[in-house]
Write a protein that binds this ligand. Sequence first.
Ligand SMILES: N[C@@H](CCOP(=O)(O)O)C(=O)O
Length: 499
Amino acid sequence: MKCTDFPESIRPYVVPEVAGRYIYRCLGCQATFGVEELLYTCPQCGSVLMIRDEDWDRLKAIPGPTWRRIFDYRAMVTEPALKGIYRFHELLGSILPLDAVIYLGEGHTPVVQANAKMRDWVGRPFFFKNDGQNPSASFKDRGMASAFSYLNHLIKSQGLTQVLAVCASTGDTSAAAALYASYLVDGVTSAVLLPQGKVTPQQLSQPLGSGARVIEIPGVFDDCMKIVEYLAEHYPVALMNSKNAWRILGQESYSYEIAQAFDYEVADLVVTVPIGNAGNITAVMAGFLKLHDLGIITQLPWILGVQSHHADPVYRYYLEPDPQKREFRPVTVQPSVAQAAMIGNPVSMPRVVQLVEQFRSIAGDQAVQVVQVTEQEIMDAMLRANRNGHIACTQGGECLAGWRRAVADGAIPDGKVGVLDATAHALKFAIFQEKYFEDRFEPEFGVVPKEELRNRPVLVRPPQGVPCPVPGAGMDAESFRAFVTATGDAVASMLGLRK
Ligand SMILES: N[C@@H](CCOP(=O)(O)O)C(=O)O
């Protein structure tokens, strides 16, 4: 839709202008720093940073309902820079000129309602938001679009050359970082550090296909993360994990899209996310808080974080009801089917602590909860979801298991509706489905397949003596007819069909 076709009252806002004063703010010592330089941790105390717009209050001059209209109309704009996460430019990157924006098709992911069978299985209605339908098949693309657009801006405005983008990953971050780096070609290359043998074959193929240097490290994700932090401290590299606060800004778009999908009425929603490195839950809370602050939503939704019992440091932290007594302790992770979230020492934990406090102070203590689920529950939930029309990955299964657990525990009152994060595409995690169907989970996972959820291919051959096609060799018409009839009848008998 062309700008000139918009109502006159909206036209001045359709193309956002470059505005705002962005700074990094340290969550430890509260020091602030300009964003002209890419920082990951506070140069003074080493704590994690968040990005803040010092000119934020200018946005309050526009009433909430007008913002809603602006974002709704913008969803119809054909300008590529505004088609993805930057249709929320003012909220997540207003200092970036539109010509710096990298758009690879991220965002705008579908929100799919669960059918009646799934609703009854859980006891509450819910939706999956399919972030696996992003370009590299996970939600990380939202954060990478932001971090790489900012990097592109630095390259253009400061003439940077030879940028090496580095990340540690359980598989999704590396796919996204490698994809966005490959798009920038001139001046940017990428290297990804993966825990050896702990990403799926599909995830391993993604950065390889995008031309990144793929480095495998013995250990788990937390070990790779430490090495990337070391590299960022001692060498000139751009760290692309969510420790980089630009990643968080981009991932806030997930909340903006949920608000938009529900006509900005989110009070009854329980936005359910798996917690791994905790960048996602950070961004989700930060996003809703911004919408609330601008009056775009009038009430906050609830947030439900989910962790596997094999990687549950955040769950353990919030088990202690008294905030004064809470103490964060990293955990040693055990093998998890929610491999993307198999993280024992999430880098965004200080951000989570601060945002949970802020969220709860507005919406009440129940408004943010964290539940723990078993590996068995995750697998069963994922398979059940996908048998009912979804494309959930194991982390999506983790969300569903957590949502169901919270309902069963009585933590979710009647009238609440879940919005569950299917963080990545099911196909990335096909290996776990395969293990389940073939009953070959290693004992450490503690997953025993339920017969009713298993599925296997069946080979049907025609009876002996009936000719079969041989690849590359021809077949005469009569033999082929005999093959089709005999095999067709065998398939029909297997399926219980009668003529
Ligand atoms: N699950 C992540 C782990 C890294 O998280 P990040 O958001 O800090 O980059 C992955 O896919 O690698």
